[in-house]
Design a protein around this ligand. Structure first.
Ligand code: ADP
Ligand code: ADP
Length: 229
């Protein structure tokens, strides 16, 4: 069943068109790749869903309610940045706990609850044993896991990932493909993953959404998209 609906969503930056009447329904509990050339509107689409950009026209609903008028923190949607955006002076555990304790909508203040939820997420993303390590002392793949854990610990229903493998070298990028898929399966949250790579999009997405010139060009399962001329 669909969890996110966009209806006639339009966005310009000055005279530049970024999104041209986007209509879209995305299912729950799925891995969705968002593919398109540079400038096709991928990042803008994530940013309007997250609430970092205002719509000019159209509507977005999520789990049955309008969200386009809500601030980002009230939408129940997580965001993972390409450069991870970690706090370099904090440990793995403190990076993950920070968002939970400082959540604008639903802060968790009980230290026991914070500790337990952070421990559970650390196990889920495969970082057990590195809790006290500074994030400048871990590998690229580990930083990627911390960035994901920091979002997942707030229990979003959907996670938006903007070129999440873009900062990693080619070998690690290949390994993290299956890691990201398996982490998503374990938490049952919908992932919407932006990439400019056709092979990455087809390898990772249950569903692939293709943007071209700021409109939806194709939307279907990976096999169907692949076999289309
Ligand atoms: P993609 O992520 O697919 O590369 P974007 O969503 O970043 O595409 O950009 C869509 C269009 O909007 C492009 O023409 C881009 O140049 C333009 N654009 C994006 N962000 C801005 C901005 N902050 N100011 C002006 N133009 C922008
Ligand atoms: P991963 O599979 O998580 O990316 P790697 O194979 O890249 O891990 O790294 C293996 C080990 O080497 C890790 O446990 C990590 O602690 C250490 N390591 C890798 N890169 C760095 C780095 N840039 N700085 C500090 N430690 C690193």
């Amino acid at each position: 069943t669909a969890v996110l609906h966009l209806r006639d969503v339009v966005k310009h930056y000055g005279d530049t068109r970024a999104l041209d009447r986007i209509n879209l329904s995305l299912p729950s509990d799925a891995y969705i790749s968002l593919l398109g050339p540079s400038g096709s509107g991928k990042t803008t689409l994530l940013r309007v869903i997250a609430g970092f950009e205002r719509l000019e026209a159209g509507e977005i609903s999520f789990q049955g309610s309008r969200i386009d008028t809500l601030p980002p923190h009230a939408r129940g949607i997580g965001f993972v940045f390409q450069n991870f955006a970690l706090f370099p002076h904090l440990s793995v555990e403190d990076n993950i706990a920070f968002g939970l304790k400082n959540s604008a909508i639903n802060p968790v203040t009980d230290p026991g609850v914070v500790k337990r939820r952070v421990r559970d997420i650390i196990a889920l993303v495969g970082l057990t044993g590195l809790e006290d390590r500074g994030v400048s002392q871990i590998s690229g793949g580990q930083k990627q896991r911390v960035a994901l854990a920091r979002t997942l610990v707030t229990e979003p229903k959907m996670v938006l990932l903007d070129e999440p493998l873009g900062a990693l070298d080619a070998n690690l990028r290949m390994r993290m493909r299956s890691e990201l898929r398996s982490i998503r399966e374990r938490c049952g949250v919908t992932f919407l993953h932006v990439t400019g790579s056709e092979t990455e999009a087809l390898a990772m997405g249950d569903t692939v959404l293709v943007l071209d010139r700021n409109r939806i060009a194709q939307h279907g399962d990976a096999d169907t998209i692949y076999n289309r001329p």
